[in-house]
Design a protein around this ligand. Sequence first.
Ligand code: ZN
Length: 321
Amino acid sequence: MKTIVLDPGHGGYDYGAVNGTRYEKNDNLRIARLVADELRRQGEKVIMTRDSDVFIPLIDRSIISNNNNADIFVSFHRNAYTNPDANGVENYVQINSPPYYTQYARNVLDELDLVGGFFDRGVKQNNFSVLRNTKAPSMLLELGFISNAHDNEVFDKDINANAVAIAKGIMESLGEVYNPNPGSTAPSVPAPGNATAKAIQQGLNDTYKAGIAVDGYYGPQTQKALVRALQIELNELYNAGLVTDGVFGAKTKAAVRAVKRGARNNLVYILQALLFFKGYPVAVDGVFGPATEAAVKEYQSNQGLLSDGIAGMNTFAALLS
Ligand SMILES: [Zn+2]
């Protein structure tokens, strides 16, 4: 376990960069909190220099890191420029810092590149107070331009994936092993606009004529479409004779048959979609393999259900509650 200090830039009366009603201080806190969640899920010790909308002097941010003997210090910012076309992510290290600082900063950018939403402007050097006064290896991440519409869209849409990417880059730098399935605490649900979420909605429209919005948002409409798909499949596969009204009532629940490893059908697809929307990372491909089984077990365990990896009526009922 390492000690990781996350520093959401600005706060309180210091808004940072501003674009209309969008303030850098808020974006910095949003992303830093998600990175903190992921690192804690991975068993790391995380200290935030601020976890609310308060002003913290620059020197105090370094003092927090130094007093806690941090292994790494990551400051979160968003860029801004007069030309609204300027875009991309850059990661700063202090001038004349040891070369491995640059490598650490590079690791974070490499992971962000795998998510792929932001243009990679590279690792840069500068003379920033929070980097200069912090004893631990440090970096200052400018996660896209708040002055650029595309970057703001990417920031919002990919925020969970980018938080995980940043956490991975930090852990890799510290020689920590990233566990893709750490279990324990609550998973993060896909952000509105998530590409997989949209693909699921499109699939529901194509296959079941659901007629729902393809916006990547998991709301009542999408849940109802998934229940209706489940009813249609139960009727087709098992002659369940259900009314396909999209309401998960007692009859539908009773008609659910166990879905388990080796299955390959649309019930698996519906199950995977439900797991995905609950924040359990699983391929939504209709094939019930080991990864789906692991996700079902984890979900069941988190819900206090029998954790056997077989999705029966209780698991579906929980997923649709
Ligand atoms: Zn800033």
